[in-house]
Design a protein around this ligand. Structure first.
Ligand code: SAM
Ligand code: CA
Length: 244
């Protein structure tokens, strides 16, 4: 008998508003006290425009976004890579955080979703900083690596696409991002399920992503090439600083 209907899908989790904290009140307190009041207007607009989209739960969490904007400023990021754009929330926050002559290589297989946020990005006056590439990410990263001048030339990378490839992205980004630069991975706590004793309540897709997250979390924890911080904001951000 097929019992998949009884198992939890990503949609079940996204309907709750308890977040990783498992407390609706605390989650709301954080968002309402210091995230929403300081969220730039164009980012609010992208959130609103995304609300009516299918798969709208994929948008980067605004509390995670605020941390990323802070990191970008702290390291004076100018050249960045984004893998997984969707409607452009994290892309726009990056574009708003880097200088006017900064550049973002933004890769996604789905141009249609990017076009939902594009008019807002244009209105915000930052489209010139973005090189959007409609493609699978791996071939683009490999192409960048063919040019020796590109090695170590990026300050920051944000990884938020297919979780099965996180390790493949990490190896390539470790060459493209400079020593001292950051690679940030999203969803590394996968709705808290990485700490579950069993995955039997999850549907097959949730199970598979949980498996990938357990693998990358273990790999990064043992990777001496990076300084590491696993932060429980949004759906879990892992911040890696390249050491050598
Ligand atoms: N960072 C986005 C934001 O702030 O809203 C959310 C990204 S969403 C979670 C994941 C995106 O990764 C989707 O738009 C999907 O099309 C894209 N994606 C999935 N597999 C990919 C691949 N192999 N290469 C490039 N993009 C991919
Ligand atoms: Ca994400």
């Amino acid at each position: 008998m097929d019992d998949s209907a009884a198992r939890l899908s990503v949609h079940d989790f996204s309907k709750t508003d308890v977040g990783l904290l498992q407390s609706k009140e605390l989650n709301q307190y954080i968002l309402e006290t210091n995230v929403y009041p300081r969220e730039p207007e164009p980012l609010k607009e992208i959130r609103n425009a995304t609300a009516s989209q299918p798969w709208n739960f994929m948008i980067t969490a605004p509390d995670g976004g605020a941390l990323m904007a802070l990191l970008l400023k702290l390291i004076n990021a100018k050249k960045t890579i984004e893998i997984g754009v969707y409607t452009g929330y994290s892309l726009l926050l990056t574009a708003l955080s880097i200088p006017d002559d900064g550049k973002i290589v933004a890769i996604d297989i789905d141009r249609e979703a990017y076009e939902v946020g594009l008019p807002i990005i244009q209105k915000a006056g930052v489209e010139h900083k973005i090189d959007f590439i409609e493609s699978q990410a791996i071939p683009i990263l490999d192409k960048l690596l063919e040019d020796p001048k590109k090695e170590g030339s990026f300050d920051y990378a944000f990884v938020d696409a297919d979780k099965a490839n996180y390790l493949n992205y990490h190896e390539r980004l470790m060459k493209l991002v400079r020593i001292g630069g950051l690679i940030v991975f999203d969803n590394t706590l996968w709705l808290g399920t990485v700490a579950w004793a069993s995955d039997s309540l999850l549907d097959d897709r949730m199970k598979l992503i949980r498996h990938h997250m357990l693998k990358i979390n273990k790999f990064l924890a043992e990777d001496a090439r990076v300084q590491l911080s696993q932060v429980p904001v949004g759906d879990g951000l892992t911040i890696c600083r390249r050491l050598y």
